[in-house]
Write a protein that binds this ligand. Sequence first.
Ligand SMILES: [Zn+2]
Ligand SMILES: [Zn+2]
Length: 256
Amino acid sequence: MVNFENFKVYGDYHTHTRYSDGFTTVEDNLIAATNRGLDVIGFSDHGFANPSFASLTKEKAKRQKDEIDSLRGKYPNLTIFQAIEADLISVDGDLDMEEGDFELFDYVIVGVHRFAKTPSFHSWWHLYKRAFFRMLPKPSPQELARNTNTWIKMLERHKIAILAHFNSIFYAEAKPVAECCAANNVLFEINSKHLSEIKPVFEDVLKTDVKFILSSDGHRKKEIGNFDKIKDFLKKYPEALERIVNLKPDEIKFNK
Ligand SMILES: [Zn+2]
Ligand SMILES: [Zn+2]
């Protein structure tokens, strides 16, 4: 049984580096993970649709992979993954990745980030308008239903591992999205930096069978592997602990 006495996060699967918009090197993250006592660290820099200074390219991904591989021997106690935080870029559930890009990474996280390029103005408006026009009225039931449908299309079309920071700028109905994650073996993220967005919907999410993963979404050394805020947040929901995959060793099976 997982409880607050034996609360230990085994891995941080969502971290950034200078290969996108993080402030750390690959080795900084490995050191931070070691210092925090993690067994697993995942690199998940931003995907291809983001502005070039804040995103991976295929060439950068290859360089990062080589750098990770060259450091594995120095950190034998860490399991190290190279993932990507891809972007949802259209109302039809398109990602900023081609089918063939998936095999470049150990797993794929998907989120919505306001500066990612979309294939049309139509999709830009639906995905990002709330990030730029804060004075808009609250999303209508129609908008929420449409956005929910977008998430469902994305989840059914692509083999992804983690849905990142739900309801940051692109709002949808939590329960059906979480149900669809559960049906497609997608982990629902509890993100250290986005707790305010999950708070209002967390009880709805708990009504589903979805499994959770805790992420620091660290862009700085002191953030990598830091789950203090999440632990505090979870005090209200002890029943969620048993469903958090990275509170158990070896619960997550990715490619490597
Ligand atoms: Zn970032
Ligand atoms: Zn993100």
